[in-house]
Structures are given as C-alpha cells and as structure tokens.
Design a protein around this ligand. Structure first.
Ligand code: NAI
Length: 251
C-alpha cells in the first residue's frame, strides 16, 4: 500500500464518539479528533450538561446526554449518530469513575458502580453498536484502561479490577471485531492531571506524580494524541494492543 498524500486531516470523513467528554481527558480527545478533521459527538451524563455544551461549542462537536450505564445506551447512541451523521467510525470508551476505599471498607455499591461504568458499559456499548450495524467497517474501538489495572493501586481494588478487565476485554474482542474489519486497542494512562486525580489525597497524588521519571503528572493531551493514533489510518494494522502512557515511568 502507498502512504496517504497528506496527513493534514487524517480523520476527515470519520464520525467519532467520545464518552465522558465534558471535561478532562475526554474533552481533549474531542479537541484532537476535531483538529484531525473528524465529525465529533461528545457524550456525558445528563448532570454534566453545561460543561458538555461548553466542550461541544469549544471544539465544534455535537453534544449527547448519555449515561453509558443505561441499558439502552448503545441503542440511543446508534440512533443519534445514524440519524445525524449516517453511522459511527470511531468510538472511545473514555467515561470512567473512581470510588476509592481501602479493602475492608470496599462495599458492594462502590464495587458495582465502578465495574459498571468502567468495564460493563464499554462492553455493552461496543457489542450493541456492532449488532445494530452502527459501527461501520473500518471502524475503531478505543478503550481507556489505566496503570492501576497493570500495577495496582492502594484503595483501588474496584478501579484496578475494572481497568485490568478492560485489558482482558480488548484481548478477547480483538479477533472477533477483526472479522467485521473493526480494530480495538486501549491506552493505559499513568497519573494525568485532571479533576479525577485532583480528588486523590495529597500524599497519594504526589506519589502518583513521582512514579513518572518526568517527576510530574502527564497532561490530557499526552493520552489524547495516543488515542488519535489508534483512530487514524497510521494504525490500520494495529489490533488488540495496550499502550501505556505513563511519562517515562518503568511500570
Ligand atoms: P474526569 O473525572 O475528569 O472525567 C470523566 C468524565 O466521565 C466526566 O465528565 C464524567 O461526568 C464522565 N462520566 C462518569 N460517569 C459517566 C457515565 N455513567 N456516563 C457517561 N459519562 C460519565 O476523569 P479523567 O481523569 O478525564 O479520566 C478519563 C478516563 O481516563 C477514565 O476512564 C479514567 O479512569 C481514565 N484514566 C485517568 C487517569 C488519570 O490520571 N486522570 C489515569 C488512568 C486512566
């Protein structure tokens, strides 16, 4: 095959969905996708409405109020994207939550909510979009794992399990989606400076930053650019991979 004549707009003509895109890493993914020429749908929970509209306006995306854990989330997304834009080419399962507690206090509510948002929802939505034919041939699914799913993290049994589960899910889905000419890959970010990590107690937060040999937290754009690679024609032959975005840390 020959290389494209230009990489100016590698996502031109593609319809991309980013969940959890009102703020943080998701908002930056939307911004990078729009820069790369994609038609972007930014989705987030109804409670994030105002922030979601702001992000949508800033990057020139279309906003969709969508709780990824809703039983009909895939259906709603498929309908919305198909009616407006004819289908979906790229879906980034970025929505994620933490409900940290040390093991003895890790109650079922915290366990279930984190597993539902971070692991069950991406699976259900991917399966739903494929079953409805909304995710087109040539499509890309990009999941967001975490270094916590590889190395573990104190107080994050539920979160670590969900993010390790994402890796297992990507490995299992890759050969299946390949039959439909769709790839699935994931990023595993280290400590990234967002509202999610700002909520971590100070000492743990500093520890997270020091895990990178850059001795500082990463930026949302570090993760977004890696995701943009998985979305672009540059990664046509890349399937079932997990890429850590952890500064220069050795974990
Ligand atoms: P954030 O908390 O700043 O943003 C997450 C967004 O997801 C929020 O806008 C929130 O409203 C949305 N969301 C939560 N539940 C949702 C639901 N049920 N349906 C739809 N949207 C929902 O978090 P951040 O830091 O931007 O994280 C984004 C992703 O990256 C998450 O999956 C997180 O686990 C992952 N990650 C973050 C790291 C970090 O250091 N910040 C490190 C590794 C992974």
């Amino acid at each position: 095959a020959t290389a494209p004549a230009s990489w100016d707009k590698p996502l031109e003509g593609k319809v991309a969905v980013v969940t959890g895109a009102a703020r943080g890493i998701g908002a930056t993914i939307a911004e990078v996708f729009a820069r790369d020429g994609a038609t972007v749908i930014v989705a987030d929970i109804p409670a994030a409405g105002e922030a979601l509209s702001e992000t949508a306006n800033k990057v020139g995306a279309t906003a969709l109020a969508l709780d990824v854990t809703a039983p009909d989330a895939a259906e709603k997304l498929a309908e919305f994207a198909t009616q407006r834009f004819g289908g979906i080419d790229i879906v980034v399962h970025n929505a994620g939550i933490t409900r940290d507690k040390l093991l003895a206090n890790m109650d079922e509510g915290r366990w279930n909510s984190v597993l539902n948002v971070n692991l069950a929802a991406p699976h259900r939505i991917t399966e739903g979009l494929v079953a409805k034919g909304a995710l087109r041939s040539g499509g890309r699914v990009i999941d967001v794992s975490s270094i916590a799913g590889i190395a573990g993290n104190r107080g994050q049994t539920n979160y670590g399990a969900s993010k390790a589960g994402v890796i297992g899910m990507v490995n299992a889905e890759a050969p299946k989606l390949a039959e439909k000419n769709i790839t699935i890959n994931a990023v595993a970010p280290g400590f990234i400076e967002t509202a999610m990590t700002a909520a971590i107690p100070l000492a743990t937060r500093e520890g997270g930053r020091l895990l990178s040999s850059l001795l500082q937290g990463g930026q949302t754009v570090d993760v977004a650019e890696t995701i943009a690679y998985f979305a672009s024609p540059a990664s046509n032959a890349v399937n079932g991979n997990i890429v850590r975005v952890c500064g220069q840390a050795m974990i």
